[in-house]
Design a protein around this ligand. Sequence first.
Ligand SMILES: [Zn+2]
Length: 260
Amino acid sequence: MAARGKSEAFDGPQNGNRLIDSLPSGPRTAVLAHCEYVELPAGTVLCVADEPFEHVYFPIVGNITLMTKLAGHRPFETQGIGSEGMLGVNLILDVNRSFQQGIVQTPCLALRMETEALRAAIRRHSALRRMLQRYFSVVFEELLQAVGCIRFHDVGQRLARGLLLAQDRAPTAALPLTHRILAETLGVQRGAVTLAALKLQEDGCIRYSHGRIAIIDRAALEAAACKCYETSIGNPKSLCHTCRLPPNIAHAPSKGPKGE
Ligand SMILES: [Zn+2]
């Protein structure tokens, strides 16, 4: 993990993370004053289930995956986090404990902040508190959706959805995702992912080569994905993005003692 340090670029209104960018200038400046840029390689473990957070992360590019483990079963992804969100929103409940393991899935550039600094900022800035409460509610709704997705949608549909979200969060020509990583994310055996990826390749949606997946027909891949993609928080066109999160956060009424 490489830290770039605090940056003079922080004085701008857009830093690449939608949650931070949606804040009014006062709390945004307060949060950014305690942030540093970090580059996170794939596979980096950022938090462990039942252990406290040392830092929270606001991704700018890349994908963090939250993995749940049930006794006797392989772990599986219940949520992905990209530039639309953050790792560590539990702090808004005054709970400094991770419910899941957080792992970098595709290489990330993120803003990192110490948990105590965020807790202090939450106490001080009502606009930040309201934004994180609203984000938490959307995350909770997404988790409920994930329960249905895992229960009712097949591996191919879930794989297509995951690839679309991975590209949304890390727009590159080819995603660095091996079958092993995808199997771990979906909580299935590697052979099931291989079959599903082969079907998507035969249908002209993707091209798979040497651990990298290129999406060559996005419309076809969207057709192959389950409907959960349409409402996913990571989909830039979803209702969460276009109708709920940014407008409601960005235009929340100012009620703070300092006009925040
Ligand atoms: Zn689904």
